[in-house]
Design a protein around this ligand. Structure first.
Ligand code: ADP
Ligand code: ADP
Length: 231
C-alpha cells in the first residue's frame, strides 16, 4: 500500500476540519503495519481512505501498483473485494448465523450455494470456529465474534486486511489471542495487515513497523524493533 501526499478535509470553510494533512506511508507486502494515535488523530479517516469508503481531498493511494483513488464503478467494486476489513464492534449481522455472516461477501460475489458452503467451512476452520457454524452472534463471546469477523474479512481472499481497533472492545487475554491469530494469518498467507490502534501494546505484540499519527500528520515512523524509546 502506498499512500502519497494524502490530505482529507471534511466540511467547508470556515467550518472545515483538516483530518489528514500530508500523509505519506509505504506498507510493504506481507508486513503488519500499525498506525498508532489518540482519538481524533485521523486514524479512521486514513483507513477509510484505503478502504475507499472516503476519498482523499488530494493525494493518491496505490495498492499493488494500482491507483485505487482513481477508480470508479465496477473497477472500484473489484478493488474493494481485494481489501478485507475488521472492526471494533465486529459488525456482524445478528439475524444471521455465523456461517451466513461469513457467507455474506460470497453471496454478494454471486458464488453458488455449494461453493459457499465449502468456502465457509474452510474459513471457519482457519479461525477455529468450525463448531459454531449454526450459532447466532448473540451466543458468542467477544473474541469469538471477532473470529467470525476475521473469517468474513478473508472470504474473498483479499491481499490486504485493514483492522480498525479490532481488539479495543476485548479483554487483554482475548486481545492477545486475536493478535496471535492475525500474526498467524500474516505468516501463513503472507497477508498484508494495516491496523489502526490507540494501544502501544497492540503495536508491540504484532507490528513490524509503526507510524505515529498526531493531529492528521505522521510525527514518527520506523521498525518496531528499533523504536525502543516508544512509551
Ligand atoms: P481517529 O480515528 O484517530 O479517532 P478520525 O479520523 O475519526 O480520528 O477523526 C479525525 C478528525 O476528523 C476529528 O477531528 C474528527 O472529528 C473529524 N471527522 C471525522 N469524520 C468526520 C466527518 N465525517 N465529518 C466531519 N469531521 C469528521
Ligand atoms: P453498508 O453499505 O450497509 O454500510 P457495507 O457494504 O459497508 O454496508 O458492509 C456490509 C457488510 O460487510 C458489513 O457487515 C460490513 O461489516 C462488511 N464489510 C464491509 N466492508 C468489508 C470489507 N472490505 N471486507 C469484508 N467485509 C466488509
Amino acid at each position: 500500500i502506498t499512500i502519497e501526499h494524502v490530505r482529507k478535509i471534511y466540511g467547508r470553510a470556515p467550518n472545515e476540519v483538516v483530518a489528514l494533512k500530508n500523509v505519506n506511508l509505504e506498507v510493504p507486502k506481507g508486513e503488519i503495519f500499525g498506525v498508532l494515535g489518540q482519538s481524533g488523530a485521523g486514524k479512521s479517516t486514513l483507513i477509510r481512505c484505503v478502504n475507499l469508503l472516503e476519498r482523499p481531498t488530494s493525494g493518491r493511494i496505490l495498492v499493488n501498483g494500482q491507483e485505487i483513488t482513481a477508480l470508479s464503478g465496477g473497477e472500484l467494486r473489484k478493488a474493494r473485494q481485494r481489501i478485507g476489513m475488521i472492526f471494533q464492534q465486529f459488525n456482524l449481522l445478528s439475524s444471521r448465523t455465523v456461517a451466513d455472516n461469513v457467507a455474506f461477501p460470497l453471496e454478494l460475489m454471486g458464488l453458488s450455494k455449494t461453493k459457499r458452503q465449502a468456502r465457509v467451512l474452510e474459513l471457519l476452520s482457519l479461525v477455529g470456529l468450525e463448531d459454531k457454524a449454526n450459532t447466532y452472534p448473540a451466543q458468542l463471546s467477544g473474541g469469538q465474534k471477532q473470529r467470525v469477523g476475521i473469517a468474513r474479512s478473508l472470504a474473498n481472499s483479499p491481499d490486504i486486511l485493514l483492522s480498525d481497533e479490532a481488539t479495543s472492545a476485548l479483554d487483554p487475554q482475548t486481545t492477545h489471542a486475536i493478535l496471535d491469530l492475525l500474526r498467524d494469518l500474516n505468516k501463513r498467507m503472507g497477508l498484508t495487515i494495516l491496523l489502526i490502534t490507540h494501544e502501544m501494546n497492540v503495536v508491540k505484540q504484532i507490528c513490524h513497523q509503526v507510524a505515529i499519527l498526531e493531529d492528521g500528520a505522521i510525527v514518527e515512523q520506523g521498525r518496531v524493533s528499533q523504536l525502543a524509546a516508544l512509551p
